[in-house]
Write a protein that binds this ligand. Sequence first.
Ligand code: SAM
Length: 246
Amino acid sequence: MDPVATEGSRMACEDAFEAVWSRARGYRGWLTEGQARLLFSCALGAPQPARILEIGSYEGRSTVVLATAIAGTDGSVVAVDPFVDDWKYGSPTTRRSFEAHIAQAGVDGHVQLIADYSTAVRPGWSAPLDVLFIDGKHDVVTVLDDLRWARHVRTGGVVLVHDCFSSVGVTLGVLSLLRPGSRLRYADRSGSLARFEVGSVGLVDRGRLLAQLPWWLRNLALKLLLRARLGGVARRLGHDSPYDPY
Ligand SMILES: C[S@@+](CC[C@H](N)C(=O)[O-])C[C@H]1O[C@@H](n2cnc3c(N)ncnc32)[C@H](O)[C@@H]1O
């Protein structure tokens, strides 16, 4: 391949990421820049036209990043979110903010919203997926159900799980991937956003997933310290932020 053309396309991707991140970082949400980069590169690297399914969209920070990565193709992002009305994860205006952000980013032609619970949508779903992003309800029962969406992801596809090692419910759910017959191989992570590849899973892969548990315990300890207003102790442990580790 022509190295000049390759460098040109790498820079175009970088510019596209910078442009979407400068927009999306202004929406309320928890996704960090590193995590947005990981989502962007997974969407970009999927065979095109890609079908991406996102569980948990909130104001659209991750949705806009995923949709921008596939904007020059016939690909689509299916965004599944009931827009719950609770103290932390939404209000009656969240859906309106989501729709406005998708339109302002010019990706409404690539986003299909299903305003419902992932657990209600899953039993009727049959289409194959290239990328699955899980960032919905964080209790273990829902996470176990959300991981079952992965059976629709083709071999070689990607499953991304947010708060993978920073939440009790998500981590307990993800530990189910240690069972025999699991098809989700832990690859790497950006903060608490973990990337899994769909394929065969060996003992070494299971060991690499288990090796993240000390980091999970550290994050739980940090969250407890922050709840107990012991931010100074958290800082001494290397957590230089008033917010939970994500
Ligand atoms: C952490 S926020 C998602 C953040 C978003 N991915 C972003 O990057 O800004 C969690 C979202 O999950 C949604 N949610 C809660 N239960 C859900 C479920 N069962 N299925 C899908 N979404 C759910 C909430 O309405 C909320 O918008």
